[in-house]
Design a protein around this ligand. Structure first.
Ligand SMILES: NC(=O)c1ccc[n+]([C@@H]2O[C@H](COP(=O)([O-])OP(=O)(O)OC[C@H]3O[C@@H](n4cnc5c(N)ncnc54)[C@H](OP(=O)(O)O)[C@@H]3O)[C@@H](O)[C@H]2O)c1
Ligand SMILES: [Zn+2]
Ligand SMILES: [Zn+2]
Length: 346
């Protein structure tokens, strides 16, 4: 085993403390990555704050960039010194229909999650990238394109690809009218990507204070969801609504924004939802969801972002301030993604 250092919440703790962590020795198709930057996703907050069994621990972090430090003997795609990016899945069965279709994120055997998962070879629990080193199967690491800032690119690997796949699958491009509900980590990247794809893009936010940022992100319009007149006026206006809201909420007001035959893609709150079938019936509207990305989709996103200069708006903090980052994320006080700089763990 290899020893590294990271940020861990154990037992019932709802905050993280620095701890020594074990990583596996490299398998033939593994690489070791020195983690330089890791984004703070709202999923990390859900994971740290969720009740856990006594003795269970979590090391969050599933969107990171860094540099390859070592390669297993079968690795040909990477060499020591290469800049890489890794997202929220680190393995899959490789043989099921989903994997064969390049949608490893939907693997029938369930993809191995970057943290909070179980390694499919040795059964060990996976520990995330709020840590100085990560060991990963080479095919689930991606070359970080030159020209993308490593800190601002880290959030592309979870937040970015999670909104990229539905935007792509729903054919968003010039002429599409897109609304993005919830202007946070996922939401602001959905706005930037939809704009770069050529769509007419509107921000839907309950935070009036964020309305002024919408134009800077490239959005063409903004609706403050607490203003009933504005939202009523936007009825049936959007071909695609990407809902990134992190809390349970009523879908009806967001379905009302969807145009005839259009789609509400729910990617934020992944728990139970209730809805009235009539809200779908009137206008033949569709409800969809998505999460993470397959290997081809993730590579395509990185390529697109390099070509269009798309990265996250980030506030970079030394990793020792991780608990402050989680507290501020919980209070909706971030524009628009915290990224931890792990170099203070050296
Ligand atoms: N599908 C997937 O695979 C996947 C991947 C990553 C994350 N997620 C989930 O996606 C969600 C968003 O993640 P994130 O990192 O983007 O979080 P975030 O940065 O905290 O953004 C969430 C946004 O939702 C809005 N919001 C929060 N509470 C709300 C409420 N009660 N009512 C209405 N709006 C509310 C806020 O936007 P405004 O201030 O603009 O209203 C907030 O900025 C989380 O639940 C996360 O677990 C899913
Ligand atoms: Zn995430
Ligand atoms: Zn599979």
């Amino acid at each position: 085993m290899r020893t590294t250092v990271g940020w861990l919440a154990d037992g019932p703790a709802t905050t993280l403390r620095q701890a020594s962590l074990q990583r596996r020795d490299l398998r033939p198709d593994d690489i070791a990555v020195r983690v330089d930057h890791c984004g703070v996703c709202h999923t990390d907050l859900h994971a740290v704050r969720a009740p856990r069994e006594p003795g269970a621990s979590v090391v969050p972090g599933h969107e990171f960039t860094g540099v390859v430090t070592e390669t297993g003997p079968e690795v040909t795609r990477f060499a020591a010194g290469d800049p890489v990016a890794v997202g929220n899945i680190v393995d899959a069965c490789g043989t099921c229909a989903m994997c064969r279709a390049g949608q490893e994120n939907f693997c029938h055997g369930f993809p191995t999650l970057t943290y909070g998962g179980t390694d499919r070879h040795d059964g060990s629990p996976t520990l995330g990238a709020y840590s100085r080193e990560y060991v990963v199967r080479d095919r689930f690491a991606y070359p970080l394109p030159a020209g993308l800032d490593p800190a601002a690119a880290a959030p592309l690997l979870c937040a970015g690809v999670t909104v990229w796949e539905p935007l792509s699958a729903l054919g968003v491009g010039p002429g599409t009218r897109v609304a993005v509900a919830g202007l946070g980590g996922l939401g602001h990247l959905a706005v930037k990507l939809a704009v770069a794809l050529g769509a007419e893009t509107t921000v839907v936010t309950r935070s009036a204070g964020k309305a002024g940022d919408a134009g800077g992100l490239g959005a063409h319009d903004v609706l403050v969801s607490t203003d009933p007149d504005r939202t009523a006026g936007a009825r049936d206006r959007f071909d695609v609504v990407i809902d990134t809201i992190s809390a349970p909420h009523d879908l009806a007001p967001y379905l009302r924004l969807v145009a005839m035959n259009g789609t509400l893609s729910l990617v934020g709150h992944l728990g139970q939802v209730t809805l009235q079938a009539m809200d779908l019936l009137v206008g033949r509207k569709k409800l969809s969801s998505a999460g993470s990305g397959g290997r081809p989709g993730t590579a395509a996103l990185l390529d697109f972002c390099a070509g269009h200069g798309v990265t996250a708006d980030v506030e970079v903090l030394p990793s020792a301030r991780v608990n402050e980052a989680l507290d501020r994320l919980e209070r909706n006080d971030v524009r628009y993604r915290f990224v931890l700089d792990l170099s203070d763990l050296s």
